[in-house]
Design a protein around this ligand. Structure first.
Ligand code: ATP
Ligand code: MG
Length: 272
């Protein structure tokens, strides 16, 4: 009997699993704080398997399994998985691109001919979305936060450039954000709604990430920026903010379907 190949990316917040069944790759996700569930799921689901684990918590998981597993460097696994998904969805990313992995934090890479180089990052990421949302609105569930942001109005929270430049034309587009949350300290009359705050938190994260990525693309002379990470899951507002700003800066944004599984796929692909 063939062994099932299983790639696992044990991240700071979520454990992503990619496993091969016949010709298909299937996915599974678990919270990283429930590592024991991952272990029992593996024992219950597969009789015969080989496993490669990556991600910051790879050793936590490896130590809980009572058989040896392979491990690999997360960044290499991720860029390999991105290449695989791009081929699967026939997306032409070109020879080189910026890769932004918006996970718990955000890691930024330059990928050239399939080889990645980590070029930067920011602590502003999906963990920030959960943390600030909880502190400001009491909501902690990711899906509730994202849905709650849907009808939010960022103009009740964020200050635009045109609101600073009164009576004169601004030197840059007046619709750009001059200050995330900047209206609270100056112009605001009433406390913004929960939805407004959630939308503005997503705005802060999206604009921070996209600004760094566009600068990176400029520095590395590439036009393409690939965005992955579970923070984009069912999160149209984050995608829109990042997409629009990337295009405004004359770069091409790509959002990979199943992109959050890139690390797990890359780990799976190293098993033969
Ligand atoms: N079901 C969920 N539970 C918690 N967070 C979720 C969920 N779905 C999406 N998210 C979002 O995805 C983020 C985690 O993204 P991802 O899985 O890519 O990161 P990670 O691999 O765990 O972290 P890192 O790569 O930084 O170690 C969370 O911070 C949250 O914003
Ligand atoms: Mg990760």
């Amino acid at each position: 009997m063939n062994k099932t190949r299983i790639g696992i990316d044990a991240g700071g917040t979520l454990v992503k699993v990619a496993y091969q069944e016949e010709d298909q790759i299937k996915y599974q996700t678990f919270p990283s704080r429930k590592m024991d569930e991952v272990v029992s799921w593996i024992y219950d689901s597969f009789a015969n398997h080989k496993i490669c684990v990556t991600g910051g918590k790879n050793q936590v998981l490896a130590n809980k399994l009572n058989f040896p597993v392979e491990t690999m460097v997360e960044f290499d696994a991720t860029s390999r998985g991105v290449g695989f998904l791009a081929r699967q969805y026939t997306l032409s990313l070109g020879n080189d691109f910026i890769l932004a992995n918006v996970g718990t934090g955000t890691s930024i890479h330059y990928v050239m001919d399939g080889e990645q180089q980590r070029i930067g990052g920011t602590g502003v990421g999906g963990g920030t979305l959960l943390g600030l949302s909880y502190l400001l609105t009491g909501k902690i569930d990711f899906n509730e936060i994202v849905q709650g942001s849907n009808d939010g109005n960022r103009e009740n929270v964020d200050l635009k450039v045109k609101e600073i430049f009164e009576g004169v034309a601004p030197p840059i587009s007046g619709d750009l954000t001059a200050s995330n949350f900047g209206k609270i300290g100056s112009l605001i009359q009433e406390k913004p709604s929960t939805s407004d705050m959630l939308a503005s938190i997503i705005g802060l994260i999206g604009e921070t990430v996209v600004t760094i990525c566009c600068q990176a693309a400029h520095r590395y002379h590439t036009n393409s920026i690939v965005y992955i990470g579970s923070t984009f899951r069912s999160n149209p507002l984050l995608k829109n903010i990042i997409e629009e700003y990337t295009i405004l800066r004359e770069k091409r944004p790509f959002f990979l379907e199943d992109g959050e599984f890139s690390g797990a796929i890359g780990a799976l692909l190293t098993l033969n």
